[in-house]
Design a protein around this ligand. Sequence first.
Ligand code: HEC
Length: 176
Amino acid sequence: MRIATSLACLTMALALPARAAGLPPDAAVNPAAPNKTLEPNVVANSGRLEWVPFKRDLTDWPTLSHEDKRSTAKPRKVKLSQPLNGDPARGREIAQRSDKGYCIVCHQMPGEDWPGTVGLNLSNFKQRKYADEAVFQLLFDARVINAQTVMPPYGTNNILTEQEIRDLVAYLQSIE
Ligand code: HEC
């Protein structure tokens, strides 16, 4: 068993291109198309994954992959000009949509039965009485407040527009 494992490792090591040395052979890196991720497809009962090329070009989306050498935008401090002019209903939609904020993937919020638990429960956010300015900065770029934050810098990385972040602030401040 151990010999078979060593042989398999050796075969993998020889088959890998030099730049990918140290990565598992099925790592999500495609040297021919570095800006396209690969989608894993489980091959039933084989213990193997097949990597299917994604159609999306992720050039504008820096990742945490060691293969991604693009620089990351610096944390950006912003000032919220009042009035807030946010639409809570629109904010709620942005929080739930996977192509927008997708906040529910980490936070518990009203209307989502299967939230993620990485972030805090936000289902009575209004009671915390945070200032709009602070929440706006947190969503625009939380790294300004906490360098080790898990939250994506929605504003700095142009994931959401300033108006969408205003809608989210209005929504959060309305959750009782
Ligand atoms: C990848 C997980 C993740 C995503 C996605 C995420 N958050 Fe967070 N959020 C966290 C974590 C973890 C914290 C706690 C501190 C930190 O890491 O910054 C946090 C903190 C917060 C806080 C501060 C709460 C408090 O009482 O201090 C707010 C408000 C918040 N998030 C709102 C949002 C909103 C709105 C979205 C969507 C636009 C969102 N988050 C998306 C993980 C996430």
